[in-house]
Structures are given as structure tokens and as C-alpha cells.
Design a protein around this ligand. Structure first.
Ligand code: THU
Length: 135
């Protein structure tokens, strides 16, 4: 038992997915994250006529995390408009990893998994610091 209220996170993800701007894919997404100080941060996807520059819901979540004081992410949930859990895309796993590390709990369709399980051997700040320390 992680003690994380995933139902609450999912409810927030579903709520914010209703604000998504997804006229091209028609695939609204909401993401919600629990921060180590108890805050809940969230975001929705924001698409663009230049398709490739779309912002995933997790980008909004990370922006809110930083803009409201930072902290470490403990758990995240991403949902589609049917309220189903979806996996963060590869790029977003990387974004989330930066702020939650290997221990971050991801609410996958088959239950909570650690980030280490869904993004094994991730590249992160440790690798950069390792080289910096050689100077
Ligand atoms: N999307 C997200 O918001 N998060 C993900 O992790 C996967 C994909 C969005 C991007 C795009 O607006 C739509 O879903 C379809 O790919």
C-alpha cells in the first residue's frame, strides 16, 4: 500500500481533461500529480495547428509544479476523456522523472508502477552531475 489516494488524483485528471484544447486529435487528456508537501498539481493537453508543437497534459502539470513552488512529485495519474488511465508518453515520462525520480508512482492501467519500472535506466541529473564533478 502506497497510501496515495489515486481516486482523488484520477478525479482531478478527469476534471482538468474537460478543459483540454484538443481539436485536432479529439483526444483530451488530463494529468494530476501529488507533490511531497500535499499539493495537487495538474494540466491538460494544448494542441496547435502546427501539430508537432502540441503540449501534453503533463507539460502543464510540470509548469504548475514549478510555478507554485516546486517540490518532488510522489504520484501521477493521466486520464483520457473516458476517464481511463493512460500511460504518459515517452517524452513526458522523462519530464516527470526529473521531478519525481525512480520512486515516483505512475497510475498505469494495470495499477501503480514506479517510474523505474516504466522508464528503466533513465537519464537524469545524476549523469550530468557525475561529469561536472570531474572538472
Ligand atoms: N497526450 C498527452 O497529453 N499526454 C500523453 O502522455 C500522451 C499524449 C496528448 C497529446 C495530443 O494532444 C493527444 O494526446 C493525442 O496524442
Amino acid at each position: 500500500m502506497s497510501g496515495v489516494d489515486f481516486e482523488q488524483l484520477r478525479a482531478r485528471a478527469i476534471e482538468i481533461s474537460k478543459l483540454a484544447y484538443a481539436p485536432y486529435s479529439e483526444f483530451p487528456v488530463g494529468a494530476a500529480g501529488l507533490v511531497d508537501d500535499g499539493r495537487i498539481v495538474s494540466g491538460c493537453n494544448v494542441e496547435n495547428a502546427a501539430y508537432g508543437v502540441a503540449l501534453c497534459a503533463e507539460c502543464g502539470l510540470i509548469s504548475e509544479l514549478i510555478a507554485t513552488g516546486g517540490g518532488r512529485l510522489v504520484a501521477v495519474s493521466c486520464c483520457n476523456k473516458l476517464g481511463e488511465r493512460i500511460m504518459p508518453c515517452g517524452r513526458c515520462r522523462q519530464l516527470l522523472f526529473e521531478h519525481g525520480g525512480d520512486e515516483l508512482l505512475v497510475d498505469t492501467p494495470i495499477g501503480p508502477k514506479s517510474m523505474a519500472e516504466v522508464l528503466p535506466l533513465a537519464f537524469g541529473p545524476t549523469e550530468l552531475n557525475h561529469v561536472k564533478e570531474q572538472r
